[in-house]
Ligand binder design. Structure first.
Ligand SMILES: [Zn+2]
Ligand SMILES: [Zn+2]
Length: 759
């Protein structure tokens, strides 16, 4: 018998996002996920029941609790497993349950309003006399009487009845109306009907059975489908890594699996890394599944999202295709979640709750005893290592469909270019091949790393890069103070005048933008039409598509851009792909820099020669001997993996450890530095606690963040690293509590992230 309920109050209002405990009256048949009316400081407010217990939580004994007043919805508004998911999310990403719940169940978006409820009958004799005694008050009651359920928001009421606030106060004092606080959902969302399941035979409109399949699976693809299905039949939660080389036909495998899952009465989610890819993929799936497919992502309007949610809950839509946030789709019979390109950083959310879609998918399939399928040609180190250690299963596809072959890759040593007197950012080889393409009317794509906000110091004669002796990460050059710094441990040194390795004077910081590349091409080939695709030219996703469409229509011969070009789309006329400087990714101040480089180069190389015209790839670098570059050029994932995993183990980086990063922000630099040092001291003090002391936990920093100043805020960071995530969390919690007891911490904003993907 549950006696206490934990109620999340005013869930839409961030300032009040707190849970309180209430007594459950005996006559109330309450369930988790129901909305209720509860008393809160002389007010009545709406809340959502997020937990029910027999006993009070520790430390709450002896407190008296108020009872819940009423149940608002007869059915649970939010399914209990999604509430459990929200709790899990709050705990693992270290944010509030309310924030998590908003993410899991975005329809809670709404606002708090004061409402007026009519308490008397308009036919009451006393009320009738008002007609002559106080016509204004009577007009108000009449307006209320006409309202739906005899209630209306105060704002609308005053306007519609054209009465003063004084008159309203009078009505309240007389006990004829009541003022209450309500939670109002935006959009026209009503709580859904109890979930009903369409029968096995009722497959909905537009369903074509498996016999209509318009594709044939190869033996390799069919084997993967069979294996995943038999894993599904085991009925225990599982994660499967599908490691298939580019062009091995993973999408057909997804489609066949979804067909089978639907046949067995289940539902499925297919995630892709970018919103801009969803419609493309959905079109492909709609040819077979028709109207059962729905697209879900954060870019939808609230009304579209509401409609989608209702259709999904009612069982009209059974295949959800979307970006990261679609992992929360409330499909009633979810059995399979597929993450295509699972290694992609876009699966990690930057804002609270800072979740990774892969972790959420695994948690959801733990709840439902279903399967998570991770697909990639360049799996994340985490996933591949988990497969190697037997924690998850792995299936492989090694043959490319059709006659397509991987393009030849040439690595150009930029140190040689300097020796030959070429100071351009284009090697002679790239210039020559570019000219050939222009003469033949074929297209070229030129890649640069994301708009560079970090610069490193490199010797242009021997390729030596200055890096931190503690962390093995490239040091970042800061124009302020003209020093180089490590963003993990704050090791500092001055940039050398001559290369410590070869003595050259050509050692300097490195930073190139897409604009610079554009200018240099215009210098070399003044008449050539070109397009630029980067953060500046694609503020909106529309701008993104417009530029790519122009390029597809061959309105330009050269496209210069960042890695946003690397995903998805095929351009049949592209026969040359150039990477201007692999070093930019390779020397990011991040232990994942080499993994990123390998993934990017592999993806980029896959862009060339997608049709009958053979393609070519040129990678320019000052580190031609680096294995991430060499392995990518040879499409050798395994070779790369074993080298990289050894480095991670030696340096105690994930997946061998977990990292929690705390970012401190303040408008004043001295305040944030002091705050960071104070927090560091508070954390180090916690090491004396025997629970944490001998658990091989490391505190890194404080150090300035890579973006040391953003939106008028100075930013410093501290990271803690250790093998057990639960211990790290409670260790951090303790340290942060101690930190906030100190008045000097006032005004400092903390931003906590578990296992961040960026530095
Ligand atoms: Zn050198
Ligand atoms: Zn360091």
């Amino acid at each position: 018998m549950f006696r206490y309920a934990e109620v999340l109050v005013d869930v839409a209002n961030r300032r009040l996002d707190q849970s309180y405990h209430y007594l459950i009256p005996e006559n109330l048949s309450l369930n988790i996920g129901m909305r209720v009316l509860v008393p809160l400081q002389n007010r009545k407010v709406q809340g959502l029941v997020v937990n029910m217990t027999e006993e009070l939580p520790e430390g709450m004994e002896g407190i008296t609790f108020k009872p819940i007043l009423e149940i608002i919805d007869e059915n649970s508004l939010v399914p209990p497993d999604l509430i459990e998911l929200a709790h899990w999310l709050a705990q693992t990403t270290i944010c509030s349950v309310a924030q998590s719940l908003h993410t899991v169940w975005p329809l809670l978006n709404g606002k708090i309003e004061d409402w007026i409820v009519l308490l008397v009958s308009i036919k009451d004799a006393d009320v009738q006399t008002l007609q002559w005694l106080d016509p204004e008050a009577f007009r108000g009651l009449k307006v209320l009487n006409r309202a739906r359920k005899k209630a209306i928001s105060v704002k609308v009421f005053l306007k519609r009845a054209e009465i003063s606030e004084g008159t309203l106060e009078k009505l309240i004092k007389q006990g004829w109306v009541r003022k209450e606080t309500r939670f109002v959902t935006t959009g026209d969302y009503a709580s859904p009907d109890p979930i009903t399941r369409p029968g096995q035979n009722n497959r909905g409109k537009g369903y074509s059975s498996r016999t209509d399949r318009i594709y044939d699976l190869t033996e390799e693809q069919a084997a993967v489908v069979r294996d995943v299905l038999s894993i599904l039949e085991e009925g225990s939660p599982q994660t499967v890594l599908l490691y298939g080389v580019t062009g091995s036909g993973k999408t057909d495998v997804y489609r066949e699996l979804i067909t089978q899952v639907l046949d067995q009465g289940g539902d499925a989610i297919l995630l892709v890394p970018e919103i801009s890819l969803t419609s493309q993929v959905a079109r492909y799936f709609e040819t077979q599944f028709g109207e059962q497919v729905i697209i879900l992502h954060s870019g939808l309007r609230q009304s579209e999202k509401t409609k989608a949610w209702q259709d999904i809950l009612a069982g009209h839509k059974r295949i959800v295709i979307g970006a990261r946030s679609a992992v929360f789709a409330p499909l009633p019979h979810l059995r399979l979640i597929i993450l295509d390109e699972e290694h992609d950083g876009a699966y990690k959310q930057d804002e609270n709750p800072k979740y990774h879609a892969r972790d959420v998918a695994r948690k959801r399939m733990d709840q439902r005893k279903g399967v998570v399928l991770l697909g990639s040609a360049t799996p994340s180190l985490e996933a591949y290592a988990a497969a190697q250690s037997g924690k998850i299963r792995m299936l492989t596809m090694t043959t490319r469909i059709g006659a397509s072959v991987l393009p030849p890759v040439e690595i150009v040593d930029m140190r040689d270019e300097l020796r030959q007197g070429n100071r351009s950012i284009f090697s002679l080889s790239l210039q020559q091949k570019l000219r050939e393409r222009i003469d033949r009317g074929e297209q070229t794509m030129l890649f640069l790393n994301r708009r560079g906000y970090s610069t490193f110091v490199v010797c242009r004669e021997c390729g030596y890069v200055v890096s931190c002796s503690n962390c093995d990460i490239a040091l970042t050059y800061h124009t302020q103070g003209q020093a180089m710094r490590c963003h993990y441990c704050d090791h500092k040194e001055l940039p050398p005048h001559t290369c410590p390795k070869c003595g050259s004077r050509y050692i300097r910081f490195f930073g190139q933008g897409t604009q610079r590349v554009e200018e240099e091409i215009q210098g070399l080939f003044p008449e050539v039409p070109m397009l630029r695709l980067d953060f500046d030219t694609t503020r909106s996703s529309e701008g993104h598509n417009r530029i790519l469409d122009k390029f597809r229509r061959q309105e330009a011969l050269v496209l210069v851009g960042t890695q946003m070009m690397a995903k998805g789309l095929d351009f049949p006329n592209v026969t040359l792909v150039g990477v201007i400087a692999a070093d930019q990714t390779l020397n990011m101040p991040d232990f994942r820099a080499r993994e990123r480089t390998f993934q990017l180069l592999t993806q980029v190389a896959g862009r060339a020669g997608r049709s009958t015209k053979p393609g070519e790839v040129i990678i320019q670098t000052y580190s031609p001997q680096d294995s991430a570059v060499m392995r990518a050029a040879h499409h050798d994932f395994q070779g790369f993996f074993w080298e990289e995993i050894r480095y991670r183990r030696e340096r105690k980086y994930p997946p061998y450890t977990h990292i929690i990063r705390v970012l401190l922000m303040h408008e004043k630099e001295d305040r944030v530095i002091k705050g960071a040092n104070d927090l560091g001291a508070c954390l180090r003090q916690g090491m004396q606690d025997p629970r944490f002391g001998n658990n091989e936990m490391d505190i890194l920093g404080p150090a300035p963040a890579v973006l040391s100043r953003l939106r008028n805020q100075w930013r410093w960071q501290i990271s803690i690293k250790g093998t057990r995530q639960d211990l790290l969390r409670s260790f951090l919690h303790q340290g942060v509590q101690r930190f906030f007891k100190n008045p000097a911490s006032g005004g400092i904003i903390l931003n906590i992230e578990v296992n961040p993907l960026t530095s």
